[in-house]
Design a protein around this ligand. Structure first.
Ligand code: NAD
Length: 472
């Protein structure tokens, strides 16, 4: 049975949107229509912004304790529905069961981590005869992509609520079912009406309205670099505060003392997590030239533990691409890599055998890649790993930093001090040493074209605050 998906949630209720465009929701694993959503439009967005503004008057004056109470209720509601949220991510997005379940556990944890961070923030700071009050910036517009929609909804709303800002969320139109599942489970949190409003519609319609509307004070956006740039430009007219979490082409440096038995499985995990549709993926594997042959053999030996297939199968490591368009995009990059002279060690163009009915691509490893090639410079957003040889440590760092992006970096090596020294020379918002590590109190965000501002921890909450100093 096809689901009828609700696009608008305003002032604490699902409402019939003013928008009339109907979009079908397609299961990327088999192309079947699973539901339809009538998309919201500018009128719906304006209604949601008005509701959030009404809520601002009281919500902006809530105490830390009241905000913590909201975070706890949200944590409880999301924790109670991890299985439902996981199922929606598998069905609508094609996320693998294992990864989707981890994402949803992370999404629930976001609220507990926000509570810790909130407790670490002093909203009133004094010295001499000066007092600085940290005030909520106003209504926040939250715009999210399709690759981890519910996680981003949780990260952004937890930070905004910690600061006392009501939100209007514009989720990806490709995540309507996941958003509805999230809103249904949030009913149990009994949020004050108007602090969380959702309008699912097109980016250039609903997203653009949030960006230009003078009653929205801040935009927190996760998505592609071109849209991020347009938000910065168009938001300037109303002097929007912006946090932009954009793409990446993250380097993963294998130092010459790395333990390949762990570093190679980690490299495939880091490169292909979320089926390669991950902004933080380490898609450039930098290897000492003297070890290239050994690394190639180690990669081939590890591939069987990364099976591609049905995302609902718990053993699957790589699922389908979200849409046919994304499938075509990944195909075009694989063709381009071959045309540029890179060598296919594994994978290649076309569907994996027996998986022709969905948006599946072959997890692909390119060797003999030069950092000037498009496959090494542009974000592909699919399971395509580029192996690049380097001469020495300085050369590795030069190649790692020779990119317009700077979201994440990874370094592996037995000598952890040396690995940390190398990590400190990578121009990226986060660098993980020996593995795929996360810390929800650590700042997350990018250098260079990977974005502006940071999320998580006190960094994430302060991005929704405006300091006001009273002197004397
Ligand atoms: P996208 O930029 O196309 O869309 C992201 C969101 O912006 C969607 O909700 C979309 O509807 C909306 N949007 C589109 N045009 C808009 C406009 N003119 N004004 C306002 N909003 C608009 O990205 P996507 O294809 O959904 O997601 C993939 C991209 O997201 C990749 O480039 C990836 O690197 C990036 N990403 C970054 C992070 C991070 O934290 N840095 C995380 C996940 C994804």
């Amino acid at each position: 049975m096809k689901a009828t998906i609700q696009a608008s949630y305003i002032d604490g209720s699902f409402i019939e949107p003013h928008g009339r465009e109907v979009m079908q929701s397609i299961n990327p694993a088999n192309g079947e229509v699973i539901g339809s959503v009538t998309l919201a439009d500018e009128t719906d967005a304006k209604q949601a912004i008005a509701a959030a503004n009404r809520a601002f008057a009281s919500f902006s004056r809530t105490t830390k304790e009241e905000r913590i109470d909201i975070l706890r209720r949200m944590h409880k509601a999301v924790s109670a529905h991890i299985d439902d949220l996981t199922a929606a991510m598998v069905l609508e997005y094609g996320g693998t069961r294992g990864f989707s379940s981890l994402m949803m556990q992370g999404a629930a944890e976001v609220f507990q981590q926000a509570e810790i961070a909130l407790n670490n923030i002093e909203f009133v700071r004094k010295w001499g005869t000066t007092t600085v009050f940290y005030e909520p910036v106003g209504v926040a517009g939250l715009i999210t992509p399709w690759n981890a929609n519910v996680l981003f909804l949780c990260i952004k709303s937890a930070a905004a609520f910690s600061a006392g800002c009501p939100v209007v969320i514009k989720p990806s139109e490709l995540s309507a079912l996941q958003t509805q599942t999230f809103l249904e489970c949030l009913q149990e949190a009994k949020l004050p009406p108007g602090i969380l409003n959702v309008v699912t519609g097109r980016g250039d319609v609903v997203g653009a309205e949030l960006v230009r509307n003078p009653d929205v004070s801040k935009i927190s956006f996760t998505g592609s670099a071109p849209v991020g740039r347009s938000i910065m430009r168009d938001g300037a007219a109303t002097m929007k505060r912006v946090t932009l979490e954009l793409g990446g082409k993250s380097p993963n440096i294998l130092l010459d003392d790395a333990d390949l038995a762990t570093a190679i499985p980690n490299a495939l995990l880091i490169g292909w997590m979320n089926s390669g549709q991950a902004c933080a993926a380490g898609t450039r594997l930098l290897v000492p030239k003297s070890q290239l042959e050994t690394v190639k053999k180690a990669i081939l030996a590890t591939l069987p533990s990364f099976p591609v297939g049905d995302p609902s199968d718990p053993k699957t490591a790589v699922g389908p691409m979200v849409t046919r368009k994304q499938y075509e995009r990944v195909q075009s990059y694989i063709q381009r890599g071959i045309a540029e002279g890179a060598e296919v060690l594994a994978g290649g163009v076309g569907h994996p055998k027996g998986l022709e009915g969905g948006n599946y691509v072959k997890p692909t490893v390119f060797v003999n890649v030069h950092n000037d090639m498009a496959i090494a410079r542009e974000e592909i957003f699919g399971p395509v790993l580029c192996v690049i040889g380097y001469d020495d440590e300085d050369d590795a760092i030069r190649i790692a930093n020779d990119t317009q992006f700077g979201l994440y970096g990874f370094v592996s090596g037995k000598d952890a001090d040396r690995a940390r020294r190398v990590a400190a020379r990578i121009l990226a918002g986060r660098v993980a040493v020996n593995g795929l590590l996360d810390d929800q109190q650590a700042p997350f965000g990018g250098f260079k074209h990977s974005g502006v501002g940071r999320e998580f921890g006190t960094f994430g909450i302060e991005a929704y605050l405006e300091p006001r100093a009273i002197l004397g």
